[in-house]
Design a protein around this ligand. Structure first.
Ligand code: PEP
Ligand code: MN
Length: 351
């Protein structure tokens, strides 16, 4: 942390800062320039925060140098992490720096037939994790809200039929325990990224967490949300960039491609991309998926539906089974060029 003194700060003002910092066991290195003095602080940053140095006379500014998150930071954990998703009976599939993981499924669980059909399309295209929402966080209270427990039971059947693990969203603290009973990975959606009570409860479930970026959140806010999960003891966190709000209206959101390398430099957590929710248009799913892999994403999560025209949620962005296979084909050659192994191959070795 660096304290910048005002040009008219007195020796007494400087001494007051030094005394306060030393009072909490810190070290204050005073550096006097021609017009200004700066004070470099060394020690426990949290105790410096409590000093409210910015409020002292003669202090012009206080700058933090280290990241405000620790457990998810790469500073303290230089090696990038791999998160394993699944259960012993069906095997575990990795999401991390050595592999490329393909997750797919319907946006929402609507009926057993629709969900099983979508999951089989996902599996046929090479997906190793099935997605599907039983609790849907809809912008409108009049939109389909999901099948809740009945949806979770359908997802459990889908796991049995496909032999693949399930990721599904949890939107309420009160549902965490039940969702965790059925799911192999809990999704926290964009609308709940900063629901800190939910993040903590999800962490305590012990299940891996898929944490989507808030649609209006900075990368720092996103990583601080991940830190909430990590602080409760669960470091099995995968980040998902799903587009952010901008002035552009031709896509539903704007996919922030640069978030991938920025996150990977700052955090050891894996990061995947959701081109379906980012664009909201199926014609952009292939090009955005190519971009996602090229920029270094650790995986893709894509919506598929047997009848997008009848979908109760996000039909315009859902691919048909044939289109999902075409997508898989279109991007197949990219991960190996980047030194990544298809997660499906690693999954089989472990199962
Ligand atoms: C979803 O994945 O179904 C979803 C609701 O996504 P997001 O939270 O990114 O809008
Ligand atoms: Mn959706």
């Amino acid at each position: 942390m660096v304290v910048v003194m005002a040009p008219d700060a007195t020796e007494e003002d400087i001494a007051r800062v030094v005394q306060r910092v030393e009072g909490v066991g810190g070290e204050a290195n005073v550096s006097r320039g021609v017009t200004r003095t700066i004070i470099g602080l060394v020690g426990d940053i949290d105790s410096f925060h409590h000093l409210n140095l910015r409020t002292l006379p003669g202090v012009a500014d206080v700058h933090r140098i280290s990241a405000p998150y620790k457990l998810v930071s790469r500073q303290h954990h230089p090696q990038r992490s791999t998160v394993w998703v699944g259960r012993p009976e069906i095997g575990l599939t990795p999401i991390g720096p050595d592999s490329f993981t393909f997750l797919a499924g319907p946006c929402a669980v609507e009926t057993p037939e629709q969900t099983v059909a979508a999951a089989q399309m996902a599996k046929a295209a090479g997906a190793t994790i099935i997605r599907g929402g039983a609790y849907k966080p809809r912008s409108s209270p009049y939109s389909f809200q999901g099948l809740a427990l009945a949806g979770l039971q359908i997802l459990a059947d889908v796991r049995t039929v496909t032999g693949l693990p399930i990721v599904t969203e949890v939107v309420d603290v009160r549902d965490v325990e039940m969702v965790a009973e059925y799911a192999d990975m809990l999704q926290i959606g964009t609308r709940n990224m900063a629901n800190f009570g939910l993040l903590q409860a999800a962490s305590e479930s012990g299940k891996p967490i898929l944490l989507k970026r808030g649609m209006s959140s900075t990368i720092e806010e996103w990583l601080l949300a991940a830190e909430y999960i990590a602080r409760r003891g669960n470091l099995d966190i995968v980040l998902c960039e799903r587009g952010i709000r901008t002035f552009e209206t031709s896509t539903r959101n704007t996919l922030d491609i640069s978030a991938v390398p920025v996150v990977q430099a700052a955090s050891h957590l894996p990061v995947i991309i959701d081109p379906s929710h980012a664009a909201g248009r199926k014609d952009l799913v292939v090009p955005l998926s190519r971009a996602a892999i090229a920029v270094g994403a650790d995986g893709l999560i894509v919506d598929v539906h047997p009848h997008p025209e009848d979908a109760l949620c996000d039909g315009p962005q859902a691919l048909l089974g044939t289109e999902l296979r075409e997508l898989a084909q279109a991007v197949r050659q990219l991960p190996p060029v980047l030194g990544r192994v298809d997660a499906a191959d690693l999954t089989r070795q472990l199962a």
